[in-house]
Design a protein around this ligand. Structure first.
Ligand code: TYD
Length: 210
């Protein structure tokens, strides 16, 4: 089942840092392309020249929590206006590494942003619009932290947070998933890549190509 009247579909990937979504995103994009679909892979914060500049600030500059939340949504507004909405309208599919569920999980759950302020920003930036499918990679913060440490990359402002922060982020993601069970599919990420790959393929096929 494709989106209505030739519109493309929007798929997002979510999860705490180190949950292992990156390789799986590339596979989903490749799988959709093999079906003959035009697919764009993107990420948040980022996805546009301005958004990538905001990403640099968000990942590396200390800032007030509400500034952080508003910049996440400012980058998202640009991403939607300049890239996501035009692509979907032209029939292209868009696969994004994170979207608004990440702001709910990290800024509301992790940092304690007032959920009413999150809801107001979400309503402002994308009223009535949500991904067609969200794959939420669920993993314990202990295992995820070991994976992040194993990459040897310099950790960003979020990756430097403590275990209890990621515990709250994880719980907020799961709460969000319970509130939108049709859209958000929780994937147990503590399994071998082949098992995760198979579950994702099945979820995508079930949702879009029944
Ligand atoms: P991520 O895509 O995981 O970057 P990388 O894999 O290169 O480290 O995301 C960057 C960070 O931004 C991640 O720690 C989560 C955070 N983030 C938020 O806190 N709120 C948001 O709304 C988004 C989109 C990301």
């Amino acid at each position: 089942m494709k989106g209505s009247a030739g519109r493309g579909c929007f798929i997002t990937f979510e999860g705490i840092d180190g949950a292992g979504k990156s390789s799986r995103i590339a596979e989903v994009v490749a799988g959709l392309s093999r079906r003959g679909l035009a697919v764009e892979q993107t990420r948040e914060p980022g996805g546009t020249p301005l958004g990538e500049r905001l990403r640099e600030l968000l990942l590396h500059e200390a800032m007030d929590l509400e500034t952080e939340a508003m910049l996440m949504f400012a980058a998202r507004r640009e991403h939607l206006a300049a890239r996501i909405h035009p692509a979907l309208a032209a029939g292209r599919w868009v696969v994004s590494d994170r979207f608004s569920d990440a702001t709910y999980a990290y800024q509301v759950g992790g940092r304690g942003l007032d959920p009413a302020k999150f809801a107001a920003l979400e309503q402002w930036v994308h009223p009535g619009f949500q991904p067609d499918l969200t794959l939420l990679f669920d993993l314990s913060p202990e295992i995820a932290a070991a994976r992040v440490a194993g990459t040897g990359n310099r950790p960003d402002r979020f990756e430097r947070e403590q275990r209890d922060f990621f515990e709250r982020v994880r719980m907020a993601y799961l709460e969000r998933a319970r509130s939108a069970p049709q859209r958000i599919r929780v994937i147990d990420a503590d399994r071998p890549p082949e098992a995760i790959r198979a579950e994702i393929e099945a979820a995508v096929a079930e949702r879009f190509f029944p």
